[in-house]
Design a protein around this ligand. Structure first.
Ligand code: PLP
Length: 401
């Protein structure tokens, strides 16, 4: 555990549950692992903010030298608010109104476009005056789950590779400054070969676009969720990728930069969702453990069948029993089926691990239940970085007739 059991118990006692707790030093450690693995390349890392946008987390990520990738104009504004300079911000749009892209240009950030339709509007508006990136759909199947596979032939993301001629025509006609070729094939990619195939494909494309100076390989590095799972082997990716770039430079004389957009890899393991057991309900076949949270706070198990390790913080040495851990929402919101956990009693504190990425960020106030508070452990201190929502917050935006 990157935050000790005692510290998690202390956080729950101080701030109440349900509570998200993050560990700043774990984020820093993951960032350094990436930077070290790709040190042989001219590499830049853009944290995919969609994983977790709390401003204090963004500030911490900026402080360690990482840039930021934003998927909406409001994420761009949050990044600016957290102190990122425009040249540290990448805006990767998909299916957005062109006005949002124009706003990003006005803010001076790097822009990646994922359709020929928006690219043509961009060409008409800016010609060759503003550098631009394009997201390519490489028709590669990758990622841990169909919902998080984004580069295959049926995916909505990117300009399909089979439309490259149209892309070339647009770029030539308008004299565009095509700076970046981008792919993001999915999340939780464990095979290095996926990155290598992606690089080969983009370097081939770079041959036909002489203005390209950046290859952006997106995110998707896997972190272990289940007990025996492994993290993506960064060295196994870095070596062939570095070789492909060196070969390209050797053949063409062009030096390219490589960009990555890690989300989960930086923040997943740094986060915990702490909950309190409200009800134990034994039946003839299943013993249900109900907690004071649900799909409104951590939707990944229900949305992606994601596995989150669960520990019983207040009875860690208890005998193992088999439980179905479930939420308090009026839907089936099971966090875990047939899971062995040290004996659980009402009032125990359960920690859901690896909850930093796509946890709080996907939370809602469904069932009129408020969203949890967030706490950052940094330099041995526990800082509240978002207060718990209140009933008044649920009323704030409503206008009663
Ligand atoms: N980049 C893009 C364009 C994405 O769509 C995503 C995730 O959806 C990411 C990066 C981050 O992916 P991950 O959190 O798996 O690293």
């Amino acid at each position: 555990m990157s935050v000790s059991r005692e510290e998690l118990i202390r956080a729950a006692a101080t701030f109440g549950t349900p509570l998200y707790v993050y560990h700043a030093e774990s984020i820093t450690g993951q960032y350094h692992k990436l930077a070290d693995a790709f040190a042989a390349l001219d590499a830049r890392f853009f944290y995919a903010a969609k994983a977790l946008t709390n401003l204090s987390i963004l500030k911490h990520i900026r402080s360690i030298g990482c840039s930021i990738d934003c998927s909406s104009i409001n994420e761009v504004k949050l990044a600016l608010h957290a102190g990122f300079a425009p040249d540290q911000i990448l805006y990767t749009s998909n299916s957005v109104a062109f006005s949002e892209i124009q706003e990003a240009v006005t803010l001076g950030v790097s822009v990646t476009i994922d359709s020929l339709s928006n690219l043509e509007k961009f060409a008409i508006a800016y010609g060759g005056h503003y550098p631009v990136g394009v997201r390519i759909r490489p028709n590669i199947m990758a990622g841990g789950n169909t919902k998080i596979s984004t580069g295959h032939a049926g995916s909505k993301f990117g300009i399909p590779i089979e439309r490259v001629e149209s892309l070339q025509q647009l770029v030539t006609t308008y004299g565009m400054q095509l700076r970046t070729l981008h792919i993001h094939t999915g999340s939780e990619i464990s095979e290095a070969s996926v990155f290598v195939r992606g690089v080969e494909l983009l370097l081939e494309l770079a041959n036909i676009f002489p203005t390209v100076s950046v290859i952006d390989l997106g995110g998707g590095f896997k972190v272990p969720y289940r007990p025996n799972e492994k993290e993506t082997d960064l060295v196994a990716i870095a070596q062939p990728v570095a070789k492909a770039f060196a070969d390209f430079t050797h053949k063409t004389g062009r030096q390219l930069q490589v960009w990555f957009e890690p989300g989960k890899y930086l923040v997943a393991q740094a986060g915990y969702l702490l909950t309190t057991v409200t009800v134990i309900k034994p039946t003839d076949t299943i013993c249900f453990v109900g907690v004071n949270s649900g799909l409104n706070h951590l939707i990944r198990p229900m949305f992606y069948e994601a596995y989150h390790n669960i520990s019983n913080l207040t009875n860690s040495e208890g005998a193992l029993h088999c439980y179905q851990v479930t939420g308090n929402i009026c839907e089936t919101d099971d966090f875990a089926l047939a899971r062995e956990i040290p004996e659980v009693r009402e009032g125990d504190l359960l920690a859901f691990h690896n909850a930093g990425a796509y946890g709080f960020e996907m939370a809602s106030s469904y069932n009129a239940r408020v969203r949890p508070a967030e706490v950052l452990c940094i330099n041995g201190q526990q800082q509240i970085i978002r207060r718990r929502e209140s009933f008044d917050d649920l009323l704030t935006l409503q206008i009663m007739m």
